[in-house]
Design a protein around this ligand. Sequence first.
Ligand SMILES: [Cu+2]
Length: 66
Amino acid sequence: MYSFRVSDMTCGHCVATVEKAVKSVDAAASVKIDLANIAVEIESTKPVARFAEAIEEAGYTPLLRG
Ligand SMILES: [Cu+2]
């Protein structure tokens, strides 16, 4: 599982945008977003860099945790 902190994710719209970005990399990915903790957890077999890139392209700043 990949775990990111996305500190500039501030509302439900951001959550939807980040989720869409994740799904654009892997439609089958399982994504869990906790807005209160600015946490994005992704379960996928695709490389983590692809998700970081997609979240950046959506206008956010993903920080890989762990
Ligand atoms: Cu927002």
